[in-house]
Design a binder for this molecule. Structure first.
Ligand code: SF4
Length: 333
């Protein structure tokens, strides 16, 4: 096989990219591959998404199609992992597993797709499988096994550093909950004035995609809100909340979402919770219903649930957020 000098691997900036981008991009770069990540979501990407994706898909999966279309002609391979789980019982969304094959069968002219499958819950995968996948991908780009090992080590390290920077430790979280300590250093409140504290809860690919979330983080910043996202909550506190359920919520990322909501409803340490829900998402519909019930049972921390799809309007959203922030401020006083 002739290996081109610089191969290009395309990674769509959507879904699990937002969780694993440090690991994925580092691995390929360390192998000497040029990584092409699709641009931030735009109106054009959304238009392409709606044109190409099946109608019944959730909005986030639809956007994935647009991101694939945005880079497919520039790359030698697409990287679309089929990630099921790294937990012995809990799983991620089944869409993550099927997407690569759906795309391949719908669009046969796509570049070859690297689609490693990994699922501890369904297939008992562990370290051996991981090593197999690392080498089987690595050997596509280099014959040097030591380079592959080095790339994998660096990738793991980058991912670890990313999590360390992103997820708060319990001490910092409690400091934020109980004192004047601010999480967002862009805020400069007047003396004696404490910004309201909000938890912004949802999937990482909604929270971090400004277009898909209609710039919600920016809106909160403009309103001087000190917010925390569900991605930042210590995993130990999420699991503590999950232990209180009398059944196992087996969608791993929904645990993060519901666990965060339950934590703040229980602690009453913030002024409100904004829950971002994706239209026609099965796991979100379960979590959304449960979160609403918890909030009704104990209404001391108001909960605003916003549903996003390709038709959600920015103006309508902003009005709802403003009204919610007003309510939260009044309750605080
Ligand atoms: S969890 Fe929901 S939003 Fe995410 S891909 Fe699955 S169906 Fe879509």
């Amino acid at each position: 096989m002739v290996v081109k000098l610089t191969m290009k691997v395309g990674i769509p900036r959507a879904l699990l990219f937002y969780k694993f981008f440090p690991m994925w991009t580092t691995f390929f770069r360390e192998l000497g591959v040029k990584v092409i990540v699709s641009p931030n979501t735009t109106k054009q990407i959304k238009t392409e998404s709606v044109k190409h994706a099946p109608d019944e898909d959730c909005y986030s999966t639809k956007l994935y199609f647009g991101h694939v279309m945005a880079i497919k002609d520039e790359v030698d391979y697409l990287f679309i992992p089929r990630f099921g789980s790294s937990h012995k019982t809990n799983v991620s969304c089944p869409k993550f597993i099927g997407l690569a094959e759906v795309l391949q069968s719908m669009f046969p002219d796509l570049p070859p797709i690297i689609m490693p499958f990994y699922s501890t819950a369904k297939s008992g995968h562990g370290k051996r499988r991981l090593i197999y996948l690392i080498f089987s991908i690595g050997f596509k780009f280099t014959k040097n096994p030591f380079r592959i090992i080095k790339a994998a080590r660096r990738a793991y390290k980058e991912q670890k550093v990313h999590y360390e920077n992103l997820i708060l430790d319990e001490k910092t979280l409690h400091k934020w909950e109980q004192t004047e300590y601010l999480l967002n250093n862009f805020l400069s409140p007047e003396e004696g004035e404490r910004p309201i504290k909000i938890a912004l809860v949802g999937h990482s690919y909604v929270l971090n995609d400004d277009f898909a979330s209609l710039n919600i983080q920016q809106i909160l910043k403009e309103h001087g809100v000190d917010y925390i996202t569900s991605e930042q909550l210590p995993r130990s506190l999420v699991e503590k909340q999950m232990d209180k359920l009398d059944y196992n919520l087996y969608f791993d990322y929904e645990r993060e979402i519901l666990g965060t909501i339950m934590h703040f409803i229980e602690r009453k340490s913030i002024d409100g919770i904004i829950h971002l829900i994706i239209f026609s998402c099965g796991p979100d519909s379960i979590t959304g219903e449960m979160a609403a019930r918890y909030a009704q049972r104990d209404p001391s921390v108001p909960l605003l649930q916003l549903t996003f799809d390709e038709l959600t309007s920015e103006t309508g959203l902003e009005t709802r957020i403003e009204a919610f922030l007003d309510l939260s401020r009044r309750r605080k006083k």
